[in-house]
Design a protein around this ligand. Structure first.
Ligand code: SDX
Length: 393
């Protein structure tokens, strides 16, 4: 009865759905959001405008963009009870674990989000609340990890500046937002905003297909993104580069380790399921890393190690044969570091960027009334056998 099942581990050759949101061409290294090339969006757009584009399908008019930004601003506060949940976490808690827990807890503060089906207005309110509150919760999870008081959102600030202020301001002194930092953050968030059916987005769609709330679905997506083979790679790249530097900076030694089948070590930030020539985002981020570090007057030796590693890998047959190139995570951590963002917050930054993509994909799945996701399997276990009493085992 399962003879018609075709096995496809990791869904390497399975199209799970149809989508009109993001277009990828892995061979040509093309990435477009609703038809717009990311090279143009990264240069000319803003993260909040790209979020609107992904979620609602078209570039907003000035009035639509103002309205979207204003609605978000009015929802950036979280219920004060959130702080009690936050206080329950030890300072050693990884911010990604806090983020998925607190995003899931939004269902407790907004039980109407559990309704199914939801009206367009109810769904849209969840969208706005999530766009508005995730940055606040993300910044608060950081403050918790350094034992500092949380900083509240300021509605006169734009999206990126508001997040940076909540991350780096103190009750004791104001934080002056550096335009170079805001611009770099804006570009990074745009480049992370969506990526068709990657692991975390497929998770959001699968959980949402059971008519779980948007908050529960995104909380699940955050957990998937945390994996070191996925969004967690941006933190793993920096840890790897630090290890190479501490070990004397011999990148060739680590290339050999990555090729050794008996060594579980992988070159983090390299390789991609879809991109088999280059990751267009990595190209833009690599260039931006040089610009941002020189604009901030930051010299970071691990940027040089990263470039040597890329150079060595691109000339090594093991990597060339397997079409392994730097992906989005390879250089992004170097910029986050230059912006003063701590390593344990790098994957949270990925979640902040990917949020509009998750929302857009969840909305599309629900609007298309897609059936609950329920794949089959090929059974390879025991054939039928009878129960044996414990004394006879
Ligand atoms: C992201 O899907 C997306 O779109 C994800 C993402 C997004 O925007 O959502 O782009 C974000 O997650 C980027 C990827 C970040 N992850 C890493 O940098 C971790 C290191 N990379 C890998 O683990 C791996 O390349 C994946 C997970 C990215 C892709 O895995 P695949 O497609 O399942 O490929 P694979 O593991 O089967 O590897 C194919 C071969 C294997 O060797 P052989 O078995 O053929 O001998 O390449 C080798 C692997 O051992 N290989 C690596 C390697 N990546 C793959 N060898 C050394 N170093 C690596 N980084």
């Amino acid at each position: 009865e399962t003879s018609h099942i075709t096995l496809d581990p990791g869904y390497k050759n399975t199209g799970a759905t149809t989508s009109a949101i993001t277009f990828l061409d892995g061979e040509k290294g093309i990435l477009r959001y609703r038809g717009y090339p990311i090279e143009q969006l990264a240069e000319k757009s803003s993260f909040i405008e790209v979020s609107y584009l992904l979620i609602y399908g078209s570039l907003p008019t000035a009035e639509q963009l103002d309205n979207f930004s204003d609605r978000i601003r009015r929802h950036t506060l979280v219920n004060e009870d959130m702080r009690k949940i936050l206080d329950g976490f030890p300072a050693t808690a990884h911010p990604m674990g806090i983020l998925s827990a607190l995003i899931s807890s939004l269902t407790a503060f907004y039980p109407e989000s559990l309704k199914s089906p939801q009206s367009e207005e109810e769904m849209d309110l969840s969208v706005i609340r999530l766009m508005a509150k995730l940055p606040t919760i993300a910044a608060w999870s950081y403050k918790n990890s350094i034992g500092h008081p949380v900083v509240y959102p300021k509605n006169k600030l734009d999206y990126g500046s508001n997040f940076l202020n909540m991350m780096f301001a103190y009750p004791t002194e104001n934080y002056e937002v550096d335009p170079v930092v805001v611009d770099a953050l804006n570009k990074l968030l745009i480049l992370h905003a969506d990526h068709e059916q990657n692991c975390s987005t497929s998770t959001v769609r699968l959980v949402g297909s059971a008519h779980a709330s948007l908050y529960s679905s995104v909380s699940a997506g955050i957990s998937a993104l945390w994996g070191p083979l996925h969004g967690g790679a941006n933190q793993a790249v920096i840890e790897m580069l630090e290890a190479i530097k501490a070990d004397g900076g011999d990148s060739k030694k680590f290339i050999e380790k990555a090729k050794d089948k008996n060594d579980p070590f992988r070159l983090m930030g390299f390789g991609h399921r879809v991109y088999k020539n280059f990751d267009p985002r990595a190209k833009i981020i690599k260039k931006s890393a040089d610009d941002v570090l020189s604009a901030l007057g930051v010299k970071d030796p691990i940027l040089d190690i990263a470039k040597e590693l890329e150079e060595a890998a691109l000339n090594d047959s093991y990597f060339v044969e397997r079409k392994l190139y730097p992906n989005v995570d390879f250089y992004s951590g170097i910029i986050y570091r230059a912006l003063g963002i701590p390593t344990n917050m790098f994957t949270v930054m990925f979640a902040l960027g990917r949020l509009p993509g998750w929302i857009a994909q969840w909305k599309e799945m629900r609007e298309n009334k897609e059936p609950i996701g329920r794949p089959r399997q090929v059974y390879v276990g025991e054939t039928e056998r009878d129960y044996v009493a414990v004394e006879k085992r």
